[in-house]
Design a protein around this ligand. Sequence first.
Ligand SMILES: [Zn+2]
Length: 153
Amino acid sequence: MDIGNLVAPSSFCWNPACSEYGKVHAGNIRKFGRTPAGTQRYQCKLCRQTFVETIGTVFYRRHRSQETILECLALLAERNSLAAIHRTKGVKEETVMAWLYQAAEHVERIEALLLANYQLTRAQLDAMWTYVGNKGEKGAMPKLASAALSGAA
Ligand SMILES: [Zn+2]
């Protein structure tokens, strides 16, 4: 899987209730054995939550790299318009919206990734989700986006 230059999912805490949530190289993550399937497991020393190294797999089977997807979402959070993102990143408006709808189904993971990779504030993240209505609520999803996302799970 292409994760571009993103920080490794194992380098920050994924627990939104943790004070080190999304903070990279805070020294709070340690290796914590393996799953029965042999996948490396990590633990946050602060909140004691455990993670597996594959937790970052949110945009599975997308044509663009996770880095491009996250960058577009970060640009949205910084209140760039969809038209501006199309101009600068060459990604169509409906594509960015489709990513955002998919991101809304993994709010905690996406926010952790964005916080770990970009200088974003809580207010900017909240502004981003206003594009898709109530975050994580499937009922708020228009038919068009649902169709664009079918088979993406
Ligand atoms: Zn933690």
